[in-house]
Design a protein around this ligand. Structure first.
Ligand SMILES: C[S@@+](CC[C@H](N)C(=O)[O-])C[C@H]1O[C@@H](n2cnc3c(N)ncnc32)[C@H](O)[C@@H]1O
Length: 219
């Protein structure tokens, strides 16, 4: 299969353990270091669970689910059915293993595929895409795809390009890891949301990210 961002697929397929250390308390020191150095990760986690209410009985889609930590947390908080999708096979294997360990595997489904081309067949109450759009060269079709799923809540994060942060990300991702990364402005996001047919939205600016909460349903 050919992906729009081959570099991201290759890179994330190699790092499930490293990525999961952001969430797992098994290596306590690494977890504390990550909390200090990457506060944005924990901020978007808190934002997601604060905005996506109610969870009890909901159906959830986690786009670019990585090691499944958001998907699994939704299942633990009472979601009826949770689907996580990621194009990195190692991330999907890891997600299945964690879901099993946490005792929620019966309510979780993990699909190894490209979000851009995958034909979703059902609607979802909640759709989340955290740390995903950084690797998407064309976000507008993904917004249309999400709108077709008619979510009550759509929560997503978008990195912000600031001078120093932008340079260090460029070196870390583009130069060292050969992973193309992409940025979207607030104006672009508003255009995508409006043309995709979202009924309302809120975009919150944080130091390194824009956090989006949107809805396709009447209140
Ligand atoms: C930075 S990780 C974030 C993982 C998770 N959402 C989290 O916040 O912990 C981004 C994930 O998106 C996945 N991804 C990026 N583009 C994708 C695409 N087009 N289709 C499926 N997965 C994709 C990558 O494989 C990676 O696991």
């Amino acid at each position: 299969m050919k992906f729009e961002n081959e570099g991201a697929q290759r890179y994330f397929d190699q790092i499930p353990d490293e990525w999961d250390a952001l969430y797992s308390h098994e290596n306590w020191l690494m977890y504390r270091i990550n909390r200090l150095l990457r506060p944005g990760i924990y901020e978007r986690y808190a934002f997601t669970f604060e905005r996506c209410q109610p969870i009890e009985g909901a159906t959830v889609l986690d786009i670019g689910c990585g090691t499944g930590r958001f998907a699994i947390e939704f299942a633990k908080r009472g979601a009826r059915h949770v689907v996580g999708i990621d194009f990195a096979p190692a991330m999907i294997d890891f997600s299945r293993m964690v879901a099993q360990r946490m005792g929620v595997a019966d309510r979780c489904e993990f699909i190894c595929n490209d979000v851009v081309s995958y034909p979703f067949e059902t609607e979802f109450d909640i759709v989340v895409a955290l740390g995903f759009f950084d690797y998407v060269p064309h976000a507008e079709p993904v917004f249309r795809k999400v709108a077709a799923l008619r979510p009550q809540h759509f929560v997503a994060s978008f990195p912000v390009h600031t001078f120093l942060w932008g340079i260090q990300r460029h070196i870390r991702y583009r130069w060292i890891r050969r992973v193309p990364i992409f940025y979207y402005t607030r104006g672009q996001l508003e255009g995508f949301l409006q043309s995709a047919g979202f009924l309302r939205y809120d975009i919150v600016a944080r130091p390194h990210a824009l956090l989006l909460h949107a809805s396709c349903r009447e209140r």
